[in-house]
Write a protein that binds this ligand. Structure first.
Ligand code: NAD
Ligand code: UD1
Length: 334
């Protein structure tokens, strides 16, 4: 199959590219490099022995996108391109609406023009807002507490509307829980620009000594050890979930939401212990106040993905930590 990955040079897209190339698909990465670098291409080629096609452009450049879809006889699209920092989205909401919402409208217009009707979208468990019950299944009510989350919610609504307007669309929103980990080669992984916001990359930099200590945001949550509980999913499991979703769409029309998570929750203290063990390093930490907007616990009911896609996460927490550590050690130190 000829598959275009918007945002394919980024953290999740590059891992998905590896899985698709290894399965024999032709892959075009379409990315404006606003949060990635061209060096990813060579690393993907080193891992897979195949060089994906790369097009440096913005998803909002509708005519360029349309030409790319035509020129490469694209049959399906996976849409990763977007901005994803929650804090930044509260400072620059318009940049988030422009990039994420406008970018998706541009993509849907291009796909409509060329006649491509198969789309996998990078959704997020952030659309569940404050959990009303756990584990979170796809029927849980949706809401958003920040501009980033609202872009994910609005995009899902658009996708649902477009599938109702034309029943030949096949669309799945994969609602990711907390992607973490790296490819086992240590060649690609999550490389945040600037200070990391998320737990795993922050811990990794504390382990190397680049950052002094981790602030644990709150130890008074109603969880077993008082710290926040999340469903961390290995990025290669997540990547395999995309391949499974694409195959599944061949037999399904309409818009569908499917969780990609493990179903298991780990606390911040569990994560510190697991990372310290995997790295053999101390992770100094101190208890800090809660972070605004954080929820106590968030983990998936991954049953629908298993029933529908025949997919479930296979990699355990220690593998996730070991893979992040391998990747982190290979990075040039600033
Ligand atoms: P990332 O920033 O590493 O990758 C996104 C890629 O999209 C980058 O390479 C960036 O350069 C590109 N991009 C951004 N705007 C673009 C535009 N207008 N035109 C072309 N390219 C553009 O992020 P990621 O972690 O790989 O996330 C991928 C997707 O998954 C995003 O939509 C994100 O919101 C979603 N998601 C991520 C997480 C997570 O924890 N990483 C969780 C839930 C959902
Ligand atoms: C965050 C986003 C979420 C987004 C997801 C992408 C917020 C409020 N939520 O989720 O919308 O979809 O990233 O992966 O930003 N923690 C610490 N110290 C740190 C960093 C994190 O204690 O330095 C704790 C957090 O309080 C939380 C857990 O670690 O309990 C995970 O945090 P993080 O990795 O930022 O992910 P989420 O907050 O779940």
């Amino acid at each position: 199959m000829n598959i275009l990955l918007t945002g394919g040079m980024g953290y999740i897209g590059s891992h998905v590219a590896i899985v698709l190339l290894e399965a024999g698909h032709h892959v075009v990465l379409y990315d404006n490099l606003c949060n990635s670098d061209a060096g990813v291409l060579a690393r993907i080629a080193k891992i897979t022995g195949k060089e994906p096609i790369f097009m440096e452009a913005d998803v909002r450049a509708t005519s360029t996108l349309t030409e790319t879809l035509k020129n490469h006889a694209i049959e399906a699209v996976i849409h990763f391109a977007g901005l994803k920092a929650v804090g930044e989205s509260t400072q620059k909401p318009l940049a988030y609406y422009a990039n994420n919402v406008e970018g998706t409208i541009s993509l849907l217009e291009s796909m409509s023009e060329v006649g491509i009707r198969t789309l996998v979208f990078s959704g997020s468990a952030t659309v569940y807002g404050e959990p009303q019950y756990l584990p979170l299944d796809e029927a849980h009510p949706t809401s958003a507490t920040n501009p980033y989350g609202r872009t994910k919610l609005y995009i899902e609504e658009m996708l649902r509307d477009i599938s109702l307007s034309d029943p030949s669309w096949r669309i799945v929103s994969l609602r990711y829980f907390n992607p973490a980990g790296a490819h086992e080669s240590g060649l690609i992984g999550e490389k945040p620009t600037g200070a990391p916001n998320n737990l795993m990359p922050y811990m990794a930099q504390v382990a190397t000594g680049e950052l002094k200590e981790l602030s644990v945001f709150g130890n008074d949550y109603p969880t077993p050890d008082g710290t926040g509980v999340r469903d961390y999913i290995h990025v290669m499991d997540l990547a395999e979930g995309h391949a499974a979703a694409l195959s599944w769409l061949a037999g399904h029309f309409g818009w569908h939401a499917i969780n990609l998570g493990t179903g298991e929750g780990y606390s911040v203290l569990d994560m510190i212990a697991a990372f310290a063990k995997a790295s053999g390093r101390d992770i100094p930490y101190r208890i800090a106040p809660r972070r605004k907007g954080d929820v106590a616990a968030c983990y998936a009911d991954p049953g629908k993905a298993l029933r529908e896609l025949g997919w479930q996460a296979r990699r355990r927490l220690h593998v996730m930590c070991e893979d992040v550590w391998r990747f982190q050690r290979r990075l040039p130190r600033p």
